[in-house]
Ligand binder design. Sequence first.
Ligand code: DGL
Length: 264
Amino acid sequence: MKIGVFDSGVGGLTVLALSRICLPDADFIYYADESHVPYGEKTAGEIIEYVDYAVSFLVKKGVDTVILACNTATSIAVGFLREKYSIPIVGMEPALMPAVRRHPEGRILVCATEVTIHGEKLRSLIESSGSDPDLIAMPELVRLAEAEQFGIPETVKYLREKTGSARDYDAVVLGCTHFSLFRDSFRQYFGRETDLIDGNLGTVKRIKAVLGVGEDPCLERAAAGAGLPDRKVKYYFSGSYVRRKAELERLERLEERYISMIGV
Ligand code: DGL
């Protein structure tokens, strides 16, 4: 079984990492569109063109399914892709539903890219959730993640600026996969009481259902320190095969960073 995982950049590595733990026998191709990141500031036409190119690349490589590990790409392009390609395409959306389920009367913040925040998909998700979350775009976090700038005071300062110093949320939805690489900074700023929710586990569960692979408590295994299994991943940057050892180590380091913060 071969699974294509797509993101504009390194954010989707968080989904890849969890998928590797939950589907240790699968082969993966990770496609990061490093030539065009960030998507959060592109037009819908550009995003569709880039994602279409990437998915056709993955299909030519023989993947059985594609995970769009990118909320922004899903928001704009998932309908188009499902029309065009016959393999299953699993998208991602901000995990608002789980946040509302856990905190039905709670105060919820959804942070994502500009494109996701202003998109029709999020509007209808909010409507069907019956909730009234605050919405904040945080484009700088995408840039910081791409530059591997973690654990710096600027991130917490940025969260303070963006939220106008509000911290009293019951749940914060990390609606961009890049943001999952900053769980430590979100935790530092919002404190212990706030539930930090990303859509990664839900996405992996969906891919397992699509592939007909049985349930297993993989998140618990990951949280209990199950490391990444042997690498069965090929990485591509906008179609170019990544072979440099230092680069491969960087990507694996980012995956490990995410796994180490699952319980944070
Ligand atoms: N990681 C992407 C997401 O989940 C998008 C980041 C970007 O390219 O702006 O939305």
